[in-house]
Design a protein around this ligand. Structure first.
Ligand SMILES: *Cc1c(COP(=O)(O)O)cnc(C)c1O
Length: 350
C-alpha cells in the first residue's frame, strides 16, 4: 500500500535529534533559536517565535494583532477547525466565508465589506495555493497568513507569507517539514513577535501577568531545522510528483489551480471530479490499486457546518467537499511508487 502521506526522515535528521539528546538540553534552547533564525533569514527580515503548534501560533498571532472580545475574524470555511478554535480561544467571533472554486482559497468577494464589520482575517494558502492577501487588505482587514500548508512556497521568487501582519506555520507530522509537532509565528513587526515571545513562557518571570506554556522543544526544532536544509529539494520533489499525476488525470478530472505556478509548494495534489459519484469511483479504484488517497476536507469538517450555519450560503465549499480527492505527493515517494499511481490513473475508466 502506498500511503497518502509519510514524513521524510533522513539519517541527517536522526543525527540532529541524537545530538540534542547527547547535549543534555532537550527543552527549548539553542535549536529553537536556530529555527527562529532560519525563518528570519528565509523571510528576509522580521522576527520569528517558535511555539508548540500551528494552532497555538494562530492563537498567539491573533492576540498579538489585537483580536479579542468583540472582534470578528474572517476565516475560510474550507479549512481545518484549528482556525475557529484559535478565534474562539482568543475570545473573538469567527465570520465564516466561502472559498473560490479554482484555488480553494478564501473568496474576497464573499467578505462583507461594510466598514468595521470585521477588522481581521486569516488567509489560508490552501494546500500551497496562494490566497489573495492584497484583496483582503484592500478591504481594510489586518491579515494573518496561514502558511501551515505552504512553507517554502514562492511568489515571483519571494517567500509566501511576507505580505500580512503575521504569518503562522505548523510542523505537525503531515506538513511540509515536521518535528512531530511544533509551530511558529513570523512578522515584520518586532513588537508583535515580542508579544508572542512574552506569552510563550511563564517560568522565571519578574512580573506577573497571565502567560502560558506554548514552547517547542529542541528535539522538535533540531528535526525541523535539519529538514529545512532541503526545502528546495522538498519543493522540487513535490512539484514533480504533482506534475506527473496531473498529466495522467482521467478525462473529467481537474487539478486545484495555482499550485502549479512556479515556486509553489505543492502540499497536496487535490483533484476535482465532476461530481460525488465520479470522485468516489476514483477513490475506490485507487484504494483497490493499493494507493492511499483521502478526501482532504470532508463535508462535516467544513467550518460553517461545525458552527451550525446554513450550508446553502457556502455552495463552493459544499461542492469541493463532495468532489475533491487528494493523491500522494510526499517527497519520500519513490519513483516506482509514483509510476504505480500514474499507471492506476491510466487504467481508470469510469
Ligand atoms: C495543520 C494546520 C493548522 C494547525 O496546525 P497544528 O500544528 O496541527 O496545530 C492550522 N492551519 C492550517 C491551514 C493547517 O493546515
Amino acid at each position: 500500500m502506498i500511503p497518502h502521506n509519510r514524513p521524510w526522515i533522513t539519517a541527517e535528521d536522526r543525527q540532529a535529534v541524537d545530538a540534542v539528546l547527547a547535549s543534555g538540553w532537550i527543552a527549548q534552547g539553542p535549536q529553537v533559536l536556530a529555527l527562529e533564525r532560519f525563518f528570519v533569514e528565509h523571510q528576509g527580515g522580521g522576527e520569528a517565535c517558535a511555539v508548540s503548534s500551528g494552532s497555538s501560533a494562530l492563537l498567539l498571532a491573533l492576540q498579538a494583532c489585537g483580536a479579542g472580545a468583540g472582534d470578528a475574524v474572517i476565516v475560510p470555511t474550507y479549512a481545518c477547525s484549528a482556525l475557529v478554535n484559535a478565534v474562539h480561544m482568543a475570545g473573538a467571533r469567527p465570520v465564516v466565508v466561502d472559498v473560490r472554486m479554482d484555488d480553494f482559497c478564501l473568496d474576497p468577494a464573499s467578505v462583507d465589506a461594510r466598514p468595521a464589520a470585521s477588522r481581521f482575517a486569516i488567509a489560508v494558502h490552501a494546500f500551497g495555493a496562494r490566497a489573495d492577501v492584497g484583496a483582503l487588505q484592500a478591504l481594510g482587514l489586518s491579515v494573518i497568513e496561514d502558511c501551515c500548508q505552504s512553507l517554502g512556497g514562492l511568489v515571483d521568487g519571494r517567500p509566501l507569507g511576507g505580505d500580512g501582519a503575521a504569518a503562522v506555520y505548523s510542523f505537525y507530522a503531515s506538513k511540509i517539514v515536521t518535528g512531530g509537532q511544533g509551530g511558529l509565528v513570523w512578522s515584520r513587526d518586532a513588537g508583535l513577535v515580542a508579544h508572542v515571545r512574552d506569552y510563550r513562557q511563564f517560568d522565571g518571570r519578574e512580573n506577573y501577568v497571565p502567560r502560558f506554556n506554548f514552547q517547542m522543544t529542541d528535539l522538535q526544532a533540531a528535526m525541523v531545522v535539519s529538514q529545512l536544509a532541503r526545502l528546495d529539494t522538498i519543493r522540487d520533489r513535490r512539484a514533480a510528483a504533482r506534475r506527473a499525476i496531473v498529466a495522467a488525470l482521467p478525462a473529467g478530472f481537474a487539478a486545484q489551480a495555482d499550485v502549479d505556478q512556479p515556486g509553489r509548494m505543492a502540499h497536496r495534489c487535490v483533484v476535482v471530479a465532476q461530481d460525488l459519484r465520479a470522485r468516489d469511483a476514483l477513490a475506490a479504484h485507487l484504494h483497490a490499486s493499493g494507493i492511499g488517497c483521502i478526501v482532504p476536507v470532508e463535508r462535516f469538517e467544513l467550518l460553517h457546518r461545525y458552527l451550525g450555519l446554513d450550508p446553502a450560503a457556502y455552495p463552493v465549499a459544499e461542492a469541493l467537499a463532495d468532489r475533491t480527492l487528494s493523491l500522494p505527493v510526499f517527497p519520500a515517494l519513490e519513483s516506482d511508487a509514483l509510476g504505480r499511481i500514474v499507471d492506476a490513473l491510466h487504467r481508470f475508466h469510469p
